[in-house]
Ligand binder design. Structure first.
Ligand SMILES: [Zn+2]
Length: 106
């Protein structure tokens, strides 16, 4: 019974995270501060409810400055030959997104 409600709470938390991320993305070009606030809030929710961020959200949030990374706006995307895409934030932080994730069976 307890497990079930945890699952439900996590689902709701994830929905809120997705909404916040959407909003952060929408507002990023107009109001960076507000955008970061949304990101901070969604990270808080994730931490509080122990929800793992979906890859397409996690990959587009700068760990360092909490920017939503928008290629061509505040981030540059570079495809490397080593099997990953490098997304560089305007703050200098670089994220590596590995394309081949099949072999990661830990
Ligand atoms: Zn950054």
């Amino acid at each position: 019974m307890k497990n079930r409600s945890v699952k439900r709470i996590k689902k709701i938390a994830l929905e809120r995270i997705e909404i916040l991320f959407d909003e952060a993305k929408k507002i990023a070009k107009e109001d960076k501060k507000l955008s970061k606030k949304y990101v901070e809030r969604l990270l808080l929710i994730a931490r509080h409810y122990k929800v793992r961020l979906p890859k397409d959200i996690k990959n587009y949030i700068c760990k360092k400055c909490k920017n939503v990374l928008i290629p061509g706006f505040n981030a540059t995307v570079r495809v490397t030959h080593k099997g990953y895409v490098a997304i560089k934030c305007e703050c200098g932080e670089e994220k590596h997104i590995f394309l081949k994730q099949k072999s990661k069976n830990k």
